[in-house]
Design a binder for this molecule. Sequence first.
Ligand code: TPP
Ligand code: SF4
Length: 296
Amino acid sequence: MSLDYVKFTPGFGKFMPKEYRDMVEHGPFGKKTTVSQVGTFKEIMEEHPMCAGCAMTLFIRLAFIAFPNPEDTITVGTAGCGRLAISQAAVPFVYGNYGDQNGVASGLSRGLRLRFGDRPKDVVVMAGDGGMADIGFAQTLHSWFRKEKFTTIMLDNEVYGNTGGQESGMTNKGQVLKMAPLGKKFEKMDMLGMAKVAGCAYVATVVPNNPRRVESVIKKAILIAREVGPTYIQAYTSCNIEYAIPTDQVLQDCKDVESDRYAFTEYISDEAKEHLAGLYGYKEYLPKPAAALTKG
Ligand SMILES: Cc1ncc(C[n+]2csc(CCOP(=O)(O)OP(=O)(O)O)c2C)c(N)n1
Ligand code: SF4
């Protein structure tokens, strides 16, 4: 797809704001930038109005860096904390009504395929656990059952952060919150299991304190969704306000939660493995040569 739309019309560059010029000249569009190069290029999202130290913003920042083709990506979100940052980024963002994000993304993804044919734009949903597992649950699941080709990322802070601390389906059993003073009575929903049952070709859990891993799962998820089928990433993105995590302990909390109950998991269908190996050269998914027969 042409990069022309992220460049200036000839002669107009010098009249553009510095931020805009920086993005065109030093941004990641049309280049292969990685998280290990942070600090050497202008990032797609550099400012946001979320709480200081919020792990969700770190994850969103890494997610934007990980997009394989940011110039050809559209994000879809909904009400919740994450959209405050996602909407500040230099890629188009569509705001679905609360819970509608996977329905909106289904229509958008289909429309883009009709319009752009064999080189569609990547559609990436990023929304909170309340918007995805509670209010938007039906739309999320139906988009997976219908095999819609886009990536769904849950920003799982295990609470309704933006509205002051109600429990969500993803809150852990027994958890006391400001607006759940007696503690949650039910188990955390198994969205990972449901994603597999519903036919997602790639399902992964991740925490933001491992940037390379975040980059790797997001790249795989988007490349697989482009051609094979729906993909789902569940990211632990703690809410330091509602869980009273001191700002300087946020990354330690991510580490603790990762070793306690949010270990890295990755499911990838055989078709998706073949796709990554064939088109993008992911060596770990190439068929292994048959072991040589040893003489008796
Ligand atoms: C139809 C509708 N119902 C309720 C709301 C109010 N609302 C805004 S954000 C939010 C909760 C968000 O929680 P979650 O989706 O978990 O995201 P977080 O803020 O925790 O990132 C709610 C209930 C709304 N905006 N629209
Ligand atoms: S309320 Fe929680 S999730 Fe929302 S911005 Fe603040 S720390 Fe982040």
